[in-house]
Design a protein around this ligand. Structure first.
Ligand code: SF4
Length: 414
């Protein structure tokens, strides 16, 4: 396949709007750091952000910074720096690239946003281990380095049926955070504010879900690769009016595309489910490659991870405990397999691509026979590619593309 050919990725018109709200978000935090108010909380991507926002914190997400380091390919400069202080190349490459960048005193934020000199200094670090243990180790590193308190929720893992016992435990852990957070923020917890923020997060998440579901249409209006970018506000701005307004705009654009049968991929022939982390440094190259193959990558576990159906302002603590416990990554193999099967049917998928991300076992679901079982149960072909979210030393572009081409040929012959 010719590398010379120019492939056009269709532009999402809402992108300008998204860039503006993301810039506002980072500038607001930068001003707060300079003014000393409001206080800044760092939070893991599926941590108790709504509680922090209700207490008046501005919330910063290191994983979002990790993804930026990956997509700008700067991660490769920083991972060895973290390795040299004892953080293994085998652990989360968001962690190692972020810590390495901090040690070197560099960030893409200062290149993208004029006047921002560094990442926002935290007043508190709040994690939830629902996704993996690495986040706790990551925040503990900063806690020691910056002498800032780290606290969080230690969750259950590998859950089949969620029980009252699971939820009561998580609910208590969320409530137990409040006294120290009140002291750090200087604000008193207000249940009505908490309900309000949770309501906004719910609205955001429902709109995001509708955005993703526009891809049930044929042709699908947005690619997985664009979704990973437009997911940004759901990750860092959920719990705000800004995110809700943004997804109304994006949804309208995508609904118009559906009505006009304007697909992300011209002459869409095949529809692929992406299971696992994105390969941040290769989004564009993969997006173009799939367009050339007339194949639309249209649904993913990753982008679905910011759908929190259970948020309920009437029962804020328990519903938050449920929302952050019932997500895919927390669940057992049986749940996960059924989930992917449902997605295959919902989106009328022709093939499932598993990304085995070397440094993120929690998001690499190919390792215990799931691809083979899916092929057996649903008669749907699967492909596993080896790679990583940020560490491109684990990814061979040539090999991945050869395998993907062969996979599409297999779909064609089917
Ligand atoms: S889930 Fe994976 S990518 Fe995310 S913080 Fe944990 S190890 Fe890193």
């Amino acid at each position: 396949m010719s590398e010379e050919k120019k492939i056009a990725i269709k532009k999402i018109q809402a992108t300008g709007h998204m860039r503006k709200i993301m810039a506002d978000y980072f500038y607001e935090m930068d001003h707060a750091v300079k003014d000393g108010s409001p206080k800044i909380a760092w939070c893991t991507s599926v941590g108790p952000a709504e509680l922090l926002l209700s207490l008046g914190f501005l919330v910063y997400y290191p994983e979002n910074h990790g993804a930026m380091l990956g997509s700008t390919r700067q991660a490769m400069d920083y991972i060895p720096v973290a390795n040299s202080v004892g953080y293994s190349p085998d652990i989360c490459s968001y962690l190692t690239s972020d810590v390495g960048a901090f040690i070197k005193g560099e960030t893409p934020l200062s290149r993208v946003y004029e006047g921002i000199e560094g990442i926002p200094h935290p007043d508190v670090l709040v994690y939830n281990t629902n996704q993996c243990r690495d986040v706790q180790d990551w925040f503990s590193w900063y806690s020691r380095k910056l002498n800032v308190p780290a606290m969080g929720i230690s969750t259950f893992r590998n859950i089949g049926t969620i029980t009252e016992g699971h939820l009561r435990s998580i609910e208590k852990q969320i409530k137990d955070l409040i006294p120290e957070l009140e002291e750090i923020s200087g604000n008193t917890f207000d249940i009505d504010k908490f309900r309000h923020v949770l309501g906004l997060s719910y609205d955001c998440t429902q709109l995001w879900k509708k955005v993703l579901e526009t891809n049930m249409a044929k042709p699908a209006p947005i690619s997985f690769f664009d979704e990973t970018i437009h997911m940004g506000p759901a990750v860092v701005l959920r719990g705000t009016e800004t995110a809700v307004e943004y997804y109304k705009v994006l949804l309208k654009e995508l609904e118009e595309r559906v009505a006009n049968k304007d697909g992300a991929v011209e002459d869409e022939k095949f529809r692929i489910y992406w299971e696992g982390m994105p390969i941040w440094g290769k989004l564009r190259s993969l997006a173009e490659f799939f367009i050339e193959l007339k194949t639309a990558v249209i649904a993913s576990t990753y982008c679905n991870s910011w759908i929190f159906d259970s948020f309920d302002p009437k029962d804020p603590f328990m519903s938050m405990a449920r929302a952050y416990t019932e997500i895919f990554i927390v669940r057992d193999e049986t749940f996960k397999e059924k989930y992917v099967e449902d997605m295959v049917q919902k989106y009328d998928i022709n093939g499932v691509l598993f990304h085995d991300a070397k440094t993120c076992p929690a998001n690499s679901n190919n390792r215990y026979g799931m691809p083979q079982r899916l092929e057996q149960n649903l008669n749907v072909p699967t492909l596993t590619i080896n790679g990583d979210l940020n560490d491109l030393r684990c990814y061979s572009e040539e090999q991945a593309k050869t395998n993907i081409e062969a996979f599409i040929e297999q779909l064609e012959s089917k």
